[in-house]
Design a protein around this ligand. Structure first.
Ligand code: ATP
Ligand code: MG
Length: 422
């Protein structure tokens, strides 16, 4: 027997309706905020991610599915959505579109070679949005508001929003110097990754999972003290908008994104529901003012976030929220003999074409077995077809909810059902 690859999962029919519900809702909310869907390929040139995600990140250093294709090109299964969206924006010259900013959302599988644990897969589905072409604190607030709206609309309550500003490029180069001074003398006490980060990407030491509790991480200089006036003002405005929208947040000064092209706003949503497990981050996002130029694009700026549907579903489970959906059958047709079966097949075809969700028996079950089948499918109505029904062109339509039976002309069955179901 061949088993599923590690870190991946089959979504069986029992759960795909939950997924469809979640996906539809995400699309609906994104559309309310006037974001339009973009679909980019599952694989890209590796260089897009080494440049666009950054060579010093875990993603690029450890997690990419990279291979050489038959044309000798280095190809990578996308580990995230922002770099591909920005590539497409640049390639398709979207900065020339009349309506700005360009507001996009995407949804689809991402691939990262990670250690499997609860809430961490090697193939997972991200939903994300990007607003490119406007540097305005109001759009930062809009993006954050949308994230919170998304989680709250599913009924989640145990949410924490953390925000921070990592300033503009000038502010950050001062801050990085201060971090190097702070950590350098004792850098041997840190993990091997951090010993590299001190040279490549010192801010990343602050969100290292291994060294999180180190006294020097806790006493590290705070970015806020290094923000120049413009950066401070930008942050204050974002917070003001959030206050006006009644959105609760906490400023976490250690919330950083190390790479040069991340600027200003950074945020994360966590679940503090009991039983969620070790991984509590639901979503991450931030502003990237240098990314477009890093990818040889125009001097435009963007902001976005990404969440995974897997962790959204885990959060729902942790808070005991069940998704309700209507996947019950409208009508089950039971048959008593071969002739009525033939009739049923034609009737089914007509009903389905008219938009009625209907089914019948294909396993030659006895009537009792067929009715059990109807129950399992949670059929709202049933009819039994036999010689008499076909001869008289009349059936008893049974309402499975209240047990009521209604004699109906076969010719008006579709109309009757449609009326009752509406
Ligand atoms: P983490 O710190 O958990 O590794 P990350 O910083 O790598 O997260 P991002 O790249 O910011 O995560 O991705 C955004 C969101 O995608 C995360 O907040 C999380 O909800 C989700 N996510 C990331 N990696 C995985 C994964 N391997 N499986 C499922 N969901 C994931
Ligand atoms: Mg990760």
């Amino acid at each position: 027997m061949i088993n599923i690859a590690k870190g991946t999962q089959d979504l069986l029919p029992e759960v795909t309706s939950d997924w469809q519900y979640v996906e539809n809702k995400l699309r609906e909310i994104a559309q309310n905020y006037n974001y339009k869907e973009i679909r980019t390929p599952i694989f890209e040139h590796t260089e897009l991610f080494t440049r666009g995600v950054g060579g010093s990140t875990d993603i690029v250093q450890k997690e990419m599915y990279t291979f050489t294709d038959k044309g000798d090109r280095s190809i990578t299964l996308r580990p995230e959505g922002t770099a591909p969206v920005v590539r497409s924006y640049i390639e398709n010259k979207m900065h020339g579109y009349a309506n700005q900013p360009i507001k996009l959302f995407y949804e689809g599988p991402m691939f990262r070679y990670e250690r499997k644990q609860k809430g961490r897969y090697r193939q997972f589905v991200q939903f994300g949005v990007e607003a490119i072409g406007a540097e305005d604190p109001a759009i930062d607030a809009e993006i954050i508001a949308m994230v919170m709206d998304i989680y709250q609309s599913f009924g989640l309550k145990k949410l924490k929003l953390y925000i921070n500003s990592i300033g503009d490029i000038d502010s950050r180069s001062e801050y990085n110097k201060a971090l190097v001074e702070h950590f350098k003398p004792s850098i041997e006490e840190f993990c091997s990754d951090c010993q590299q980060r001190i040279d490549t990407n010192p801010m990343r030491i602050l969100d290292c999972k291994k060294d999180r509790e180190h006294r020097l991480v806790k006493s590290a200089p705070r970015i806020y003290d290094y923000l120049n006036d413009d950066s401070k003002q930008y942050f204050e405005q974002v917070k003001l908008y959030l206050d006006q929208l009644g959105i609760d947040y906490e400023v976490d000064t250690n919330l950083v994104r190390g790479l040069d092209y991340y600027t200003h706003t950074a945020f994360e949503v966590m679940s503090d529901a009991e039983g969620f497990g070790a991984i509590t981050t639901l979503c991450g996002g931030g502003r990237y003012n240098g990314l477009l130029e890093m990818l040889d694009g125009p001097n435009e700026t963007g902001i976005g976030f990404a969440l995974s549907i897997e962790r959204l579903l885990l959060a729902l489970e942790a808070e005991g929220i069940e998704i309700e959906h209507d996947d019950a059958l409208d009508l089950f047709i039971a048959t008593l003999d071969e002739d009525s079966k033939q009739y049923a097949v034609q009737l089914l075809h007509r009903l389905r074409k008219a938009g009625v969700k209907a089914d019948t028996d294909y396993k030659s079950r006895k009537l009792k077995g067929q009715m059990k089948q109807a129950d399992r499918e949670r059929a709202k109505y049933t009819i039994v077809l036999g010689e008499n029904e076909i001869k008289n062109q009349q059936v008893k339509l049974k309402d499975m909810n209240d047990g009521g039976e209604h004699v109906i002309e076969l010719s008006s069955l579709t109309d009757e059902l449609k009326e009752r179901l509406s």
